[in-house]
Design a protein around this ligand. Structure first.
Ligand code: PHE
Length: 462
């Protein structure tokens, strides 16, 4: 089968940034920021980005680019080239766990994507702005109880994603990134300007700029490790989801990335866009929430319950609500494409399927899982595992286990076993200084495994 490639370096950067920037940035980051002390959370997040995620991201993209293969066989191909044993084990933890993670991710991501579409339509019809303030929470709850509306909205997203993926890497995925990302950032800036100039927004801005040491463990009664570890695990889990790290998506995009293009430049840009999108989202949402006299720590409902309240009190609220939910839709599509592509690429590679056939099979697999999750979440079907509905279960498994296990495998694989071919591959397109090699080695061998082990151990015991 002919190997597909991105047409240019910017094609790759924008597609990968499109994968990264999604609900994770706009929906998840601001509410976690609100719950974990604003600036304290941001600082821990940035530190994690530099010490754990940056080297892992270079590693994941490089594994794809070196092997030019799918997320499962990549480990075998590179492993064979360095005479590694237990290849199946590496493929199992690095590859098949990514496949599990990405399937779980698909099954609940389309549900949240459906909510976004529903709120967009409500904003368009003007209904969103007419709902009584006290009814906003009830409205959201009603949506989560209605399996039919959630299924219809989610399936619309699923069809759209399938069509883009069928169009291929250059015509579908690359073009979507190239057109949608600039629009996305233009909307971001517009919303930021509006939000920070609202009456009373300063309280939100100062919340984001003031360090609250208790979230880093420094309380009046001395050091509290539990508080610090809560901030740390929330930030690390968020970083994985936000950067699409540990799901095989970067690996697959990396396999389409020409070996001649500069890897460091690409990674720098993807991280820059992703972090900027997360910070801008916090700057859009938190000051607006404060200006409406509401609390920023209200959790996942922030985007769907608190924010509509803000739009109701804004002059031109109708317009801003439309723009905001449109932003969410665009960001969501560029992310679902990449989650979808991991499985499509696997089927094309492993079973020699044509792209459109593979994409349709993935659509049915994703559609089946998503439908099951929706039925369980809405209560239409009484399926619970370990006391959790399937939505909560999938979200929990993905944010605490699968991405962390895949990332730990990648860190050990590149750090201890495959450093040579990976560095060799990076060298083909960029100058690799000895300082970078040292940083890469130390972070992958020691710092990332330590951080990831803490996350996994805490998750198991909590
Ligand atoms: N990074 C995306 C977001 O922030 C989610 C995602 C996860 C995309 C895993 C691809 C793979 O919303």
């Amino acid at each position: 089968m002919k190997k597909e490639n991105f047409g240019s370096q910017w094609g790759f950067i924008l597609a990968a940034a499109g994968s990264a920037v999604g609900l994770g940035n706009i929906w998840r980051f601001p509410y976690l920021c609100g719950q974990h002390g604003g600036l304290s959370f941001i600082l821990v997040y940035l530190l994690i980005l530099f010490l754990i995620c940056n080297p892992l991201m270079v590693a994941e993209i490089s594994i794809g680019r070196t092997s030019k293969s799918n997320c499962v066989d990549a480990y075998r191909i590179i492993g064979e080239s360095v005479g590694l044993k237990h290849l199946r084990l590496w493929s199992f933890f690095g590859g098949w766990f990514a496949v599990i993670g990405v399937t779980l991710c698909l099954s609940f991501y389309f549900l949240v994507a459906g909510w976004v579409l529903y709120y967009f339509l409500e904003a368009m019809s003007g209904k969103l702005l007419q709902i009584e303030q006290s009814q906003l929470a009830a409205e959201f709850e009603q949506l989560t109880k209605s399996f039919s509306i959630q299924l219809i909205c989610g399936w619309i997203f699923l069809f759209t994603t399938t069509l883009i993926v069928i169009a291929g890497v250059k015509k579908g995925i690359e073009r979507a990134g190239l057109y949608l990302m600039p629009i996305l950032f233009a909307i971001f800036i517009l919303l930021c300007l509006r939000s920070t100039t609202l009456d009373g927004a300063e309280k939100g801005t100062s919340f984001l700029l003031t360090l609250q040491p208790q979230y880093l463990g420094w309380t009046e009664n001395g050091f509290n490790f539990k508080l610090l570890s809560e901030t740390f695990t929330a930030a690390l889990g968020q970083a994985f989801i936000s950067l699409s790290l540990g799901f095989g998506a970067l690996l697959v995009y990396g396999s389409y990335f020409s070996p001649k293009e500069n890897m460091f430049k690409a990674v720098r840009h993807i991280e820059f866009f992703d972090t900027l999108a997360a910070l801008l989202s916090a700057v859009i949402i938190i000051p607006a929430i404060f200006s409406a006299g509401m609390s920023a720590s209200s959790g996942p409902g922030l985007t769907f319950i608190s924010l509509p309240h803000v739009f109701q009190h804004l002059s031109g609220g109708h317009f801003w609500a439309l723009i905001f939910y449109l932003l969410l839709i665009l960001a969501t599509v560029t992310s679902t494409i990449s989650i979808f592509e991991v499985l499509t690429n696997l089927l094309m590679n492993k079973l020699n399927m044509q792209r459109y056939r593979a994409a349709i099979v993935v659509m049915f697999i994703a559609g089946f899982c998503f439908t099951l999750v929706t039925l369980s979440f809405s209560g239409a079907l009484d399926i619970k595992i370990w006391g959790r509905d399937l939505f909560t279960l999938a979200d929990w498994l993905v944010s605490t286990y699968t991405a962390a296990i895949v990332s730990l495998t990648m860190a050990l694989f590149v750090g201890y076993k495959a450093m040579k071919p990976i560095i060799h591959n990076i060298r083909r397109s960029a100058h690799v200084s000895s300082a970078f090699t040292r940083y890469f080695l130390v972070t992958l061998r020691y710092i990332a495994p330590l951080g990831l082990s803490i996350l996994l151990i805490m998750a198991i015991f909590s």
